[in-house]
Design a protein around this ligand. Structure first.
Ligand code: UFG
Length: 321
């Protein structure tokens, strides 16, 4: 059984990918310092509580048993926080990733799947967004991901590393069996915040209805986290079959506005969603939708659970677990 090392396996996307890897017949060992992840999200026997900056401990984990590939999720993800505390983001996301790569080089593990983001494109000039657009991040979080994509290119050129960078659009929803789900502290994402509004009766603030979109609210490409997780299995399989390094968007190609998400939640949950419209949030592009034809063509991936109602239904089930 091939062993995959998952960093950040106690987090939202990492915990879903771990379940998919196990379902696909891989052995998994998780590295997580639990600074943002949840202990309950990982089987205790799989968890190594190690900080990414601790290179010697990472090497020891890689030497427990041969590791076929690393999937590197562990990172901070809050755009606003990254602008207030850039050192935290550069240390954890950039220095932490470089420590991981140094450990991989030492342990002779040369395949890596990297969690990247649509934030590498900033305010894209072409939508649906092809992977060929230039890097143009507009926040520190996006910049940390650009930096590691470039570092991976250099490790490819100089150290025979092969990498797949997956640029996520809006991860959402939860494991349909509610084994794991979204649980950020503090929560900044739209769907869980709308659920909180239903539960507490305190209206959610929606950021702007004067965008140049049909209903004036921002449009995003919401992808079910289980579909996103399965893209990682495809990427690992690709690398283990000897595939070359790649960068892929992971989205559905369909966009929904904030207003459409509110309406879908009201419909699926069967309760009104208390909300007020406020000003725009700084740094929000009007429209972010992926062209994921490259991923579909090369890895044979396609979304299964990403219909908006399915996203809402699975997220709601987890929220009320
Ligand atoms: N929104 C609100 N009110 C809220 C929260 C969000 O109206 O309280 C709106 C946002 O303005 C945006 C949409 O809902 O239009 C989605 O916002 P999220 O915060 O859920 O997600 P983002 O699109 O801002 O962020 C996602 C990822 C980031 C990544 C970014 C790439 O979560 O990690 O896409 O642009 F950086």
């Amino acid at each position: 059984m091939k062993r995959i090392l998952v960093t950040g396996g106690a987090g939202y996307i990492g915990s879903h990918a771990t379940l998919e890897l196990l379902d696909a017949g891989y052995d998994v060992v998780v590295v997580d310092n639990l600074s943002r992840g949840h202990r309950r999200a990982v089987e205790p026997a799989r968890l190594r509580e190690v900080d990414l900056l601790d290179t010697p401990s990472l090497i020891r984990v890689m030497q427990e048993a041969p590791v076929a590939a690393v999937i590197h999720f562990a990172a901070y993800i809050a755009v606003g926080e990254s602008m207030k505390n850039p050192a935290l983001y550069f240390r954890n996301n950039v220095a932490g990733s470089i420590s991981l790569l140094a450990a991989m080089q030492e342990a002779d593990v040369r395949n890596i799947v990297f969690s990247s983001t649509a934030a590498v494109y900033g305010m894209p000039s072409v939508v649906p967004i092809p992977e060929t657009l230039p890097y143009a991040p507009i926040n520190v979080y996006g910049e940390t991901k650009v930096m590691i994509e470039k570092v991976l290119d250099w490790f490819g050129q100089t150290q025979n590393f092969r990498s797949v960078c997956l640029r996520y659009f809006n991860a959402s929803g939860a494991d349909p069996a509610a084994r794991t789900g979204e649980d950020h502290e503090p929560e900044t994402h739209l769907i869980p915040l709308l659920f909180q509004a239903i539960r507490t009766g305190v209206p959610a603030t929606l950021f702007g209805n004067d965008y140049p979109t049909p209903d004036g609210s921002c449009i995003r490409d919401y992808i079910h986290v289980s579909d996103l997780a399965r893209a990682h299995i495809g990427a690992v399989d690709w690398l283990l079959k000897g595939g070359e390094s790649r960068k892929f968007n992971v989205g559905t190609g369909a966009g929904y506005s904030v207003k459409e998400v509110v309406d879908a939640i009201a419909r699926v949950v069967g309760q009104p969603v208390p909300h007020v419209w406020g000003p725009r949030r700084e740094g929000d592009p009007a429209l972010l939708v992926a062209d994921s034809s490259k991923l579909q063509g090369e890895l044979g991936w396609s979304p299964r659970d990403s219909a908006l109602d399915r996203i809402v239904e699975t997220a709601w089930r987890w929220y009320n677990r």
